[in-house]
Ligand binder design. Structure first.
Ligand code: SAM
Ligand code: SF4
Length: 321
């Protein structure tokens, strides 16, 4: 069992399979990076799997594939199948912008994928085009339909930005409820790779808008997850993810692996240790030692809630969000 120095159990590994993306969301990768990491510097699926196995053998119970856009890396189903075959009990999820799901949803489900979180920030063609810098609405909605058809469990992620999509809190909620998917409003996390003028809405402002039309009660944090959940009388649940809250990190159970093999203790901070050489040498003891060290040294909390130091230099598309 992996435990950090604050006695938090770490059971959740997020794996970024690529930093590349087919969108340019203004809050994440507002411009194409000066250069991509060369392909030979990335871990192959076999190498990623070799580390994932070590994680599972040390108590990782939940794995999420992310990116960049994970579905842009060829044959993602092969990595899912490797993990699923090795440990069918492990809960495998995917975070995606949905664009390539029309062609991939069924294949990914067949390989062992259970759940998918799809990012959807707007139901208006022009607004989504503005945010992602690409005309994608129809294809993303088709991707959501494909995930429903494939029988995947779906959540929707929405980042609400002032004067951009803050008039869509209710339409997004109603769309998500209509398809039986939990929506989670993620507070915008300030970072140097985003368009500088962006301003995110805080969760209390979002809850206030929803509360003017609907009744619901707070039911606390989902088990071992970051979202604060709310429930309506008909049982529909939705959530907010509030990294600016002072107690957000108290229940953090996660670790992140980048596509290059950097093991990252916290989304906010630059600190990371590479497992690449240990994995390429087949040195399981060394990779396990690095894993234990990064877990042990997980920072206590992010600095998003702290005035004047709240911009992170970490790239979400590299760390995996
Ligand atoms: N490309 C996939 C996608 O967009 O779902 C997966 C990677 S993306 C980095 C993972 C999640 O991080 C998405 O839900 C995205 O909305 C969120 N995200 C990215 N940058 C963010 C930011 N600055 N603040 C809040 N959420 C962010
Ligand atoms: Fe790509 Fe996801 Fe970042 Fe948007 S949020 S640019 S879809 S990685």
């Amino acid at each position: 069992m992996l435990r950090d120095r604050f006695e938090r159990k770490v059971t959740y590994l997020r794996v970024s399979v690529t930093e590349r993306c087919n969108f340019r969301c203004r809050y994440c990768m507002s411009e194409k990076p000066f250069s991509w990491v060369p392909k030979e510097n990335l871990l192959s699926y076999e190498e990623l799997f070799a580390f994932i196995k070590i994680g599972i053998d040390n108590g990782i119970e939940k794995i999420r594939l992310t990116g960049g856009e994970p579905t842009t890396r060829d044959n993602l189903d092969e990595l899912i199948a490797m993990i699923h075959t090795y440990a069918p009990h492990v809960d495998i999820g995917l975070t995606t912008n949905g664009f390539l799901l029309p062609e991939q949803a069924k294949k990914l489900k067949r390989a062992g994928l259970r759940r998918v979180n799809i990012s959807l920030d707007s139901l208006e063609r022009e607004t989504l085009h503005y945010i992602t810098q690409k005309n994608v609405l129809d294809q993303v909605l088709a991707g959501i339909d494909a995930a429903v058809d494939a029988g995947l469990s779906i959540k929707l992620n929405s980042v609400i930005l002032r004067d951009i999509n803050d008039h869509e809190i209710l339409p997004l909620f109603e769309y998500a409820k209509g398809i039986g998917a939990q929506i989670r409003y993620i507070e915008y996390m300030e970072n140097i790779h985003a368009t500088t003028t962006l301003q995110g809405l805080r969760s209390d402002e979002i809850i206030d808008v929803l509360g003017r039309k609907y009744s619901f009660i707070p039911i606390g944090k989902e088990s071992a997850g970051p979202a604060n959940l709310y429930e309506m009388v008909d049982g529909y649940r939705f959530g907010t993810i509030e990294p600016h809250r002072h107690d957000f990190c108290e229940t953090c159970d996660r670790l992140r692996l980048s596509a290059e093999g950097d093991l990252i203790g916290c989304l906010y901070f630059e600190g990371a240790k590479s497992i690449k050489q240990a994995i390429r040498d087949g040195n399981i003891d060394q990779a396990t030692k690095i894993l234990e060290e990064v877990v042990f040294n997980k920072p206590e909390k992010n600095l998003w809630g702290i005035e004047n130091v709240e911009v992170s230099s970490r790239a979400f598309y590299r760390t995996g969000g």
